[in-house]
Design a protein around this ligand. Structure first.
Ligand SMILES: [Zn+2]
Length: 81
């Protein structure tokens, strides 16, 4: 639990993230902010194959399929309103 974060804040965050973020987005939220930023950058720049990015995430505990990774990379996931 994040220090200084009350239960109500945690619930708000949970509800908000649960609605707004796809499986990839939620996974990125569990990582070190630096790692998450680098992975997000990899998705957005698409210099690496999405499958390679996904394999790196799998090693860190991600269990989503490639479809959601492609949707996240193309901003057609639930992270974007
Ligand atoms: Zn997403």
């Amino acid at each position: 639990m994040v220090k200084g974060m009350g239960i109500k804040d945690e619930l708000e965050a949970e509800v908000h993230l649960g609605v707004q973020r796809c499986k990839v987005g939620k996974f990125l939220d569990t990582l070190d902010p630096k790692d998450a930023a680098e992975l997000q950058q990899a998705f957005e720049s698409q210099i690496y194959p999405i499958e390679a990015v996904r394999r790196v995430m799998l090693k860190r505990g991600f269990d989503g399929g490639s479809t959601i990774c492609h949707r996240h990379a193309h901003r057609s996931c639930s992270c974007v309103d």
